[in-house]
Every structure is written in C-alpha cells, then in structure tokens.
Ligand binder design. Structure first.
Ligand SMILES: Nc1ncnc2c1ncn2[C@@H]1O[C@H](COP(=O)(O)OP(=O)(O)OP(=O)(O)O)[C@@H](O)[C@H]1O
Ligand SMILES: [Mg+2]
Length: 495
C-alpha cells in the first residue's frame, strides 16, 4: 500500500489516450500519482502489483470489459476503490458495477471537476477502509479469539444472548427487522451481523443514514431521479434501492424520516416497487429492509409523526438493544476486547486494566453506552504510562461522577496498617458501593472513615500535632477532633 507515500496513487484504465492524458494532468496538478493502463488486462496486472488507492476504470474497451475487469480487480487489489466510467444511459452496467463492488460510477462525458471530487471521496473511503481493517485485524491475543476480533460483537449478558438468538433466527429469512436502542448500543453492528448471516450475504448491503441526508435529497438518494426532474438534476441518478436490488438496505435513524418519504418506503416494502423522482415508470426491486432508530417510534405513531402502517410493516421482528447500564456484566469483556484490539493495532502499549479502575467503569451509568465506553477506554489507554490502565488514567469527570475521591487513592500517608484487620464489607449492590468495592478491599475499611482518618492524620502531621490549628483547618470543633483522634487511634501515628 502507499499509506506511507506522500502521494496517493490513482490508476487510470482507459483505451482513450486523450482522456488518460487529461486525467493524468488534472490529478497530477492536485498532487496525485497517476499510473496509466490502456487495456483492462494491463490495468489488472498493474493493480495487482501496485494496489492503487483508486482505480478509474473505463467500461467499454477492446478485449476485457470494465465490468469483467472489476470482478478480477476486487480479488487482485481488494482495497482499491473503483470508479467505473460508463457511457450515458447504460443503467444495467451501473447497477452491475455497484453489485460487483465498485465504489461509484460516472457517466461519460463528465467534467473534470466532477471526477476529481468523486475520486477524492473514493480516497477518503479508502483511508476509512484502512482504518477499519486495521481495527479488525485478526491478531488474536489471549482472551479474544480471531472470530471475536472480526465479528466484534461482545455480549455474554442474558440480554445480549437473547439478541444473538433473535439474529440467528431471523437472519436467514427475508423478514424486516427493526433495531431499537439508545445511542451507542450497537444498532449498526447488529444490522451488519444480520446481513452477514443472511442468505443475501454475498449481495449488496447499503446503509442509509436517514438523519444525515437533507429532506429534499433523500428521495432521490433512495429512489434515484431522472435527468432534469429538479434543479440540479443534471444527470439521471440510480437510487440506493435500485442499486441494492437483491441485497439488503439498512435504513438507519428511520425515526428522522419525513412523512412523504415514509409513504414511498412503505410502497417499496409492500409492493416491492419504486419510482425514480421525475419518472412515472415503476421499477420492481427485491430488497430486504433493516431499520434502526433511537427515537420512541410508538410515541411518534401516537403523535402522527410516524406512519402507523409503516411502523407495523417494519416492526415485524423487533430487536431491542439493552442499555449498557442494564448489562454491566458485559463491561469487563468489552473493555478487554477493546484494549486487545487497540493493542493489536499498535495504537497503545496498554493491554490491561487495574481491578480498581475496572470497578469504577463497572459502576458508571454509561449514558452514551458502548460508544462512550469505547472512547473512554481509548482515551485512558493513551494516558496510561505503563502497560496497565490505572485509576489515575481515567478522566476526572468520570471519577467525579461516580463519587471517587482521588485523595483516598493517591494519599501517600502511611495510615493503613492498623486498619487491615477490619472486616471487608460483604457483597455490594448499591452502585456507589460497587465503585468503591475494590478500594474497600484495598483499604479493608469504610471508605468515608478512611478518608476522614487520612485527612486528619495528614493535617496532624503537617501542623506538628497542634490540635487547635488542625481543628480550625478542618472546620471541626476540638472536641470532635479529639474524639476522632481517639477513634482512629491517631495519637501516636499522627505526631
Ligand atoms: N456488543 C458490542 N461489542 C463490541 N463493540 C460494540 C458493541 N456494541 C457497540 N459496539 C461499538 O460501539 C460503537 C457504537 O455502536 P453503533 O454505531 O452500532 O451504535 P448505534 O446504536 O448505531 O448508535 P447511534 O444510535 O448513535 O447510531 C461502535 O464503534 C461499535 O463497534
Ligand atoms: Mg447508528
């Protein structure tokens, strides 16, 4: 790969000398390294050796066609993003291009600005792919199997086991699945798992984030449009449903979809038919739909902001992902998995977490669920100096929100010895108790008392045992101070 090279490489495969020349000039002037091939056969050979980031592939060439080459290139240079250059109006070719894994297609003739911006998107996607594959590199370290690293869905809690079971049951059928759950609970991951385990696993999978596409563009994005159907529609566009024919479409954030689009989605679901924007022609599509949202759809149905009929149609099978705080038992395995993955990627030197730091993670509420945990593990692993995440490496906000008292953990006053004989508290249930459970074990005492004792001892030491000053400093009466000194046995150790 050229990941270390300064110039990303682009391979242009076209039998048209003039076109290759112009493309080379424009890309070179934008800092790209351009390699040329004048036939599919030659291009295939170069791609295999050079693994270019982006390949611009003409379809109609003497000898092997672009579509044919596309399928071979996918094997020879799997990480390259391929843009197929097709003649205007060859819809079937563009559909096939997408089916065979092209990044996108462009219709000839095109203007150079357009191909430049498309190539830049392909480059960005290629970088993302690099990132994602290194994230899922199957470097199995102890405790995480290669399968786990690849599949990447962790969950031994009964709630997650139930989810996996449902996935297994529904994956092989074409049933519509509605995945719900708070933000960061893994909805997208589950949609991918359903797809990967389905009979359509070798067919296209397209995820559409309904919240990210402006309302006026979503229909064209989903169903395509005819040239001239609205201002800016300079070319015909094939929509995601058509491109995804035979495959799976994941409608993410469906709760953010406007009502008119909902109506069209319903039709696609019920009749298996769509219409491009600006066309009266009906196109049959065979698409399996998966949908996800973190919005309260039932409430939206009551408020009539979500179509009731669509709701029932999508909600044939419901996968409700539990919030992380409701399956805390998965936290250690998730942390372990995330650390091993970061370590395998060479991103951090840390591969373990101290038990007291883990206890704190276990007690947190995780409003941002697994995503938040993932970010936190990364951040703490980067902060850690040794090979283990310690309490001090956790972000302060987290420590504060679980009520952690840094002084207790970090106080360097030797006041512990005579407390070690006290009984360790029995099994804990309250979250605050959970946070302190390992510290409690460490100090074998009531933490509040421990911190009070530590504070008094420190003040006594620093103020040379002068009780008047200590009581003023700590804001307690001398009588209380005396009582505490006696209670904690500080008479000797403090002065
Ligand atoms: N069970 C899991 N095991 C491992 N990683 C997980 C798990 N669940 C979620 N993640 C990771 O947490 C992050 C968030 O997951 P994902 O994007 O699927 O959440 P989401 O439910 O779609 O969130 P949102 O509603 O915000 O879109 C991802 O990086 C994902 O890989
Ligand atoms: Mg999501």
């Amino acid at each position: 790969m050229d990941s270390n090279a300064t110039k990303p490489s682009i391979l242009v495969i076209d039998d048209d000398n003039d076109l290759r020349y112009s493309l080379k000039r424009v890309f070179a002037s934008h800092g790209y390294d351009v390699i040329e091939a004048c036939s599919a056969e030659e291009g295939l050979e170069i791609a295999g050796k050079g693994q270019p980031r982006v390949i611009l592939l003409d379809n109609r060439m003497p000898g092997m066609s672009g579509i044919e080459a596309l399928q071979h290139i996918r094997g020879a240079s799997p990480k390259s993003m391929i843009i197929l250059m097709t003649a205007y109006g060859t819809t079937q070719t563009t559909i096939e291009a997408m089916k065979f894994g092209a990044f996108d297609y462009i219709m000839k003739p095109f203007d150079l600005k357009k191909i430049l911006s498309l190539t830049e998107s392909a480059l960005a996607a290629s970088m993302d792919l690099d990132k994602a594959t290194s994230e899922t590199a199957a470097v199995a370290s102890p405790g995480v199997s290669a399968e786990d690293v690849e599949g990447g869905i962790i969950g031994n809690s009964p709630a997650m086991q139930a989810v996996f079971k449902t996935i297994g049951q529904v994956a092989a059928s074409d049933v519509t699945v509605m995945i719900t759950g708070e933000s960061g609970t893994g909805k997208e991951l589950i949609a991918q798992a359903i797809f990967k385990n389905s009979l359509r696993a070798r067919k296209p999978y397209i995820a559409v984030n309904c919240a990210a596409i402006p309302e006026n563009l979503i229909e064209s994005e989903l169903f395509g449009h005819e040239k001239g159907s609205f201002t800016g529609a300079t070319n015909q566009r094939i929509g995601k449903f058509e491109l995804c024919d035979g495959g799976t479409i994941f409608l993410d954030e469906i709760g953010d979809m406007a009502l008119p689009t909902q109506t069209k989605i319903l039709r696609a679901l019920q009749e298996g038919e769509i219409q491009r924007v600006g066309s009266s022609e009906t196109i049959r599509v065979n698409v399996r739909m998966l949908a996800a949202t973190n919005k309260p759809l039932e409430e939206m149905v009551r408020e009539k902001t979500f179509r009731e009929d669509l709701y029932y149609r999508l909600n044939v099978v419901r996968v409700q992902l539990p919030a992380l705080r409701d399956r805390r038992e998965d936290v250690p395995a998730l942390v372990d998995f995330m650390l091993k993955r970061l370590f395998a990627k060479g991103k951090v030197r840390v591969n373990a977490i101290a038990p007291d730091a883990m206890a704190i993670l276990n007690s947190f509420n995780w409003p941002g669920n697994v995503r938040e945990l993932e970010n936190l593990v990364y951040r703490s692993a980067v902060m850690a100096q040794g090979d283990t995440i310690l309490v001090k490496d956790l972000p302060e906000e987290l420590l504060e929100s679980v009520g952690h008292i840094p002084d207790v953990a970090t106080a360097n006053i030797a006041v512990d010895e005579d407390l070690s004989t006290e009984q360790v508290g029995k099994a804990v249930s309250d979250p605050l108790d959970e946070a302190y459970s390992s510290l409690r074990q460490q100090y074998s005492t009531n933490l509040l008392e421990h911190s009070e004792r530590a504070m008094i001892a420190r003040a006594m030491k620093e103020l040379d045992g002068k009780q008047a000053k200590v009581s003023t400093l700590l804001g307690i009466s001398r009588a209380t101070l005396r009582k505490r000194i006696e209670q904690y046995g500080l008479e000797e150790s403090a002065v």
